[in-house]
Design a protein around this ligand. Structure first.
Ligand code: ATP
Ligand code: ZN
Length: 584
């Protein structure tokens, strides 16, 4: 490498300098051996023919050597004919030798030496720091004891990740069928929900080394260092054969590119490119899986999400009450918890707690019990710990969501679900939850339409109505003045569907069969008509939805109440609730 070459050059240069310095010192020592004599004594010696050579210079003293090889110094008379006189006396005169040159050399040498030392020290520093810069520190664990059993809740995510165990262990099995194996998985979701835990569990169940790094480790002041670190990391992983590489906070390097050409984004681009090329570089049969974690999927550069890179995106969400119960059980397992502690009650007390917070809660409770010298952790300890943990939370934490917000979300989601069940019973409502998602929604209803190639006009209108169900429920329960911003994305979705119906699908009679998207490209559009008819349709749909919900008020309320209690309802339970009450 260049650096090594430079280092060699430096050593050669230094050796030359040392030689020069040594000669200079010897010379100076010679000089210092010279005996000073007066000018008259000097003239006597010249007179007596004892002087052989004079080293003439402009210095204060001139040096001369006698025939018996002794060196003397004497005052410089600085007369213009000095040289001529000496020559006439048969003394040889060497001009401008020694002293001034020696001085110059001394200057250069000492300056160079100081400079070289500074360079050397700097070089050493750069060398040692660049070695540590390029080599990334990672937590390498030979996949300790964490298994999928240590992770509660997030069943779908667990299932999806555990599939990868076989990919890692038996890649040949898949490559025989020419399967393109997943190389990268992005786990996204709120902090403390067990993303790191999932990656660790994958490594340990697949029995391969685990390399954990943080995205911010790659963001460096020096351009190119981040990229070099990425290559170093992958090299280390490849050296181990199979491996799981875990990159936490991938957004530090994988954020959408800003398009600005500043230094910082340059560096990030280089790092990102290095990561992408390393990922496309390894073979399917290699058995290396890269898992990245982020709190937000939407900020990541599309290049990262493309097939062959991080093409599996798995949401890891906050645990619902059942998962919280499981997590609490997990962290009570090795602790003496009093028999009468109802962990399910604790789970109900802790909506919007992440796994990490629940773990913290049990830990605090254990500390309190230990301080009390108690035999067991009691409910009182847990309750006290709860206050400690909650009081420590910042306002922006979701754990602080008020009962009112929870109620609004419950009715909103119940509205979506109920409309879906009533007007589109062929759809399946897989899950309703009021646990806020990372995408900013207060909760969501997972409504899966029938799988078919074409959608009818009725299907699309139904989708619009289902989207309006949330807002309609809010209005019915809390009044026109208390509707919330929670319907933001629902309205976007409904509007989008309507625009497509009008402009592309020719599904709105008054607007006709023209493709308005095409017309637009020819500057041939008159949008007021489209807006007028779209508004009419959405207003009518909304009235219809409000009507349906009012007619099924009991059912709406029932679903919302169950949601407030359980936070997440799955399909079967929803069916049960609907069966009990009669649809109108
Ligand atoms: N589902 C869970 N089951 C059991 N323990 C959990 C769970 N989720 C979180 N924990 C606990 O919380 C701790 C922190 O979780 P982890 O570091 O995996 O979260 P993360 O999602 O990676 O967080 P971050 O986004 O802050 O990196 C874990 O070590 C574990 O003790
Ligand atoms: Zn909604």
């Amino acid at each position: 490498m260049n650096k090594i070459l430079n280092y060699k050059k430096l050593i050669i240069f230094l050796s030359i300098l040392t030689i020069l310095t040594v000669s200079f010192v010897i010379y100076n020592m010679n000089n210092s051996k010279a005996v000073k004599i007066s000018y008259t004594e000097f003239l006597n010696k010249v007179q007596n023919n004892e002087v052989s050579t004079i080293y003439y210079s402009e210095d204060e003293f001139i040096k001369f050597i006698t025939k018996d090889n002794r060196t003397f110094l004497t005052e410089n008379p600085r007369t213009f004919d000095f040289k001529e006189k000496m020559l006439l006396k048969g003394v040889s005169v060497e001009e401008n030798s020694s002293v001034p040159i020696a001085n110059t050399i001394a200057g250069i040498v000492s300056f160079s030496i100081i400079a070289i030392f500074i360079i050397m020290i700097a070089q050493k520093k750069v060398k040692s720091s660049s070695a540590s810069l390029v080599s990334v520190h990672y937590d390498s664990e030979n996949a300790t004891s964490v298994t999928f059993q240590n992770i509660a809740g997030n069943e779908e995510a667990k299932e999806s990740i555990s599939e990868l165990v076989d990919f890692i262990q038996n890649p040949e099995k898949y490559s025989r069928f020419n399967v393109r194996l997943p190389r990268g998985v992005i786990l996204y979701g709120p902090p403390g929900t067990g993303k790191t835990l999932m990656a660790k569990a994958l490594a340990s169940e697949a029995k391969v080394p685990f390399f954990a790094v943080n995205g911010s480790d790659f963001v460096q002041v020096y351009v190119g260092v981040g990229a070099a670190r990425i290559r170093d990391l992958f090299k280390k992983a490849r050296d181990k054969g199979k491996a799981v590489i875990f990159i936490d906070e991938i957004d530090a390097i994988g954020k959408k590119r800003s398009g600005r050409a500043d230094g910082a984004s340059d560096e990030r681009d280089q790092t990102l490119n290095a990561l992408l090329s390393e990922m496309s570089g390894f073979k399917d049969s290699q058995g290396i899986i890269v898992i990245a974690a982020t709190n937000r999927l939407d900020v990541l550069d599309e290049a990262l999400l493309r097939p062959g890179r991080f093409d599996r995106h798995i949401e890891i969400n906050l645990p619902d009450v059942k998962a919280r119960y499981e997590i609490l059980k997990l962290y009570s397992h090795k602790r003496p918890v009093a028999k009468d502690v109802d962990l399910f009650k604790v789970a109900q007390m802790t909506p919007y707690f992440s796994g990490a917070k629940l773990e913290n809660l049990m830990n605090e409770a254990a500390i309190l019990a230990a301080k009390d010298n108690a035999d067991f952790i009691t409910f009182e300890h847990i309750d006290k710990a709860f206050n400690i943990v909650v009081a420590g939370f910042e306002k922006k934490e979701r754990s602080h969501i008020s009962e009112l917000d929870k109620k609004i979300t419950a009715f909103h989601e119940a509205g979506h679900a109920l409309i879906s069940k009533i007007i589109a019973p062929e759809n399946s409502v897989k899950k309703i939850t009021i646990i806020p998602s990372t995408k900013g929604a207060g909760g969501y209803t997972l409504n899966i339409p029938q799988d078919k190639m074409f959608k009818t006009k009725k299907d699309l209108l139904n989708n619009i109505k289902i989207a309006l169900g949330g807002r309609a429920a809010e209005e019915i329960i809390f009044g026109k003045d208390n509707i919330t911003t929670g319907a933001y994305s629902d309205l976007q979705h409904a509007t989008n569907t309507l625009i497509s119906m009008a402009k592309e699908f020719g599904m709105i009679e008054e607007i006709g069969l023209l493709s308005y998207t095409l017309m637009e490209s020819h500057n041939l559009i008159e949008s007021t008509t489209i807006i007028k008819h779209c508004r009419e349709i959405i207003n009518n749909a909304y009235s219809e939805v409000v009507n349906i919900l009012q007619n099924n008020f009991n059912l709406l309320e029932k679903i919302a109440l169950v949601l407030i209690e359980k936070e997440t309802i799955f399909e079967e339970e929803l069916e049960k609730i609907i069966c009990y009450e009669n649809l109108k």
